[in-house]
Design a protein around this ligand. Structure first.
Ligand SMILES: C[S@@+](CC[C@H](N)C(=O)[O-])C[C@H]1O[C@@H](n2cnc3c(N)ncnc32)[C@H](O)[C@@H]1O
Length: 283
């Protein structure tokens, strides 16, 4: 670890860390170095980066050095910081659940368009979709499920910390029995078995494999959960699945087979069809 990381000025600390992170294969070394130095010094990133001659006190330097060490081993920045922004909320994140991805915000956008009175988020992980929805659509009664006890505990901690605990029901399992929902949303595992080894070390070394990998085709979990999700829809209800690149067509067919009258794909910011939305009503 270069000594410039543990003592000296902002400029040297950032330059040394950027170089070390780039050598480790990190995709955005400068940005990550700035985020970690901001965390270590307790300052905001932009003003910190704008003051390259400011000093870094030894305690902050040591904290920074330890964080850079973790990042060199390719631990995701969100796990090192222990938090991730999603829509308007900030979630605590750790290895109990997947780091919420920006493209998943599309599920929340769809929910805001449809304004359901009741919604179910299947496979809630850290609670991202359910808690963002409860935050942005307070009239909606939100239920969230996960088969992972650890993920559900994290989601519960997030709900409590955000003060929206009373407005979101968190339940173990997949689809609660005997209840119906205007909208069911799900970002379930959709990575193919053979894709796993080729994913970034940030994912394969740190994120829970069972949160991501679905089977040989990638749509197995979606296909298994879909019939129960449809059975839990209120009349004229809607169902939205996040899907992997190239899976939208197969998932759309599956939904047409399950009786949806309208099925459409929605693209993420990179232009990838990312969500398949089926509506039982005429819309
Ligand atoms: C890709 S992660 C998504 C987490 C969260 N929704 C997000 O977007 O950040 C998938 C989640 O689905 C959960 N899961 C997998 N199979 C499930 C099932 N059959 N029923 C409920 N949850 C499931 C996993 O435990 C994991 O937390």
């Amino acid at each position: 670890m270069p000594s410039a990381i543990t003592a000296g000025r902002v400029r040297e600390a950032l330059e040394a860390a950027t170089e070390a992170l780039a050598a480790a294969g990190v995709e955005t070394p400068r940005l990550d170095a700035e985020l970690l130095l901001a965390e270590a010094t307790g300052r905001d990133r932009a003003p910190l980066a704008a003051e390259p001659e400011a000093g870094v006190v030894p305690d902050a330097g040591r904290r920074f050095s330890e964080m850079v060490r973790r990042r060199i081993r390719r631990e995701p920045v969100a796990y090192i910081l222990g938090r991730k922004g999603f829509r308007r909320i900030e979630l605590a994140v750790d290895r109990r659940a997947l780091v919420p991805r920006p493209e998943t915000e599309l599920l929340v956008e769809i929910a805001l368009e449809l304004e359901p009175r009741t919604a179910l988020d299947i496979g809630t992980g850290s609670g991202a979709v359910a808690l963002a929805l409860a935050d942005e659509l307070p009239t909606c009664r939100v239920t969230a499920t996960d088969t992972s006890k650890q993920a559900l505990t994290l989601a519960r901690e997030n709900a409590e910390r955000l003060g929206i605990n009373g407005r979101v029901r968190l339940e173990p399992g997949t689809v609660p029995e005997g209840r119906s929902f205007d909208l069911v949303l799900a970002n379930l595992p959709y990575v193919r078995d053979d894709e796993w080894e080729g994913l970034a070390p940030e994912i394969t070394r740190y994120e829970p494999r069972e949160a991501l990998v679905a089977g040989a085709e990638g749509i197995e979990v979606i296909a298994t959960v879909a019939p129960a999700a449809v059975a839990a829809l209120a009349p004229a209800g809607s169902l939205a699945f996040e899907v992997g690149a190239g899976q939208a067509g197969a998932v759309a067919e599956l939904m047409l087979d399950l009786g949806f009258r309208q099925v459409e794909g929605r693209q993420d910011l990179a232009g990838v069809p990312r969500v398949v939305l089926g509506r039982m009503g005429s819309g």
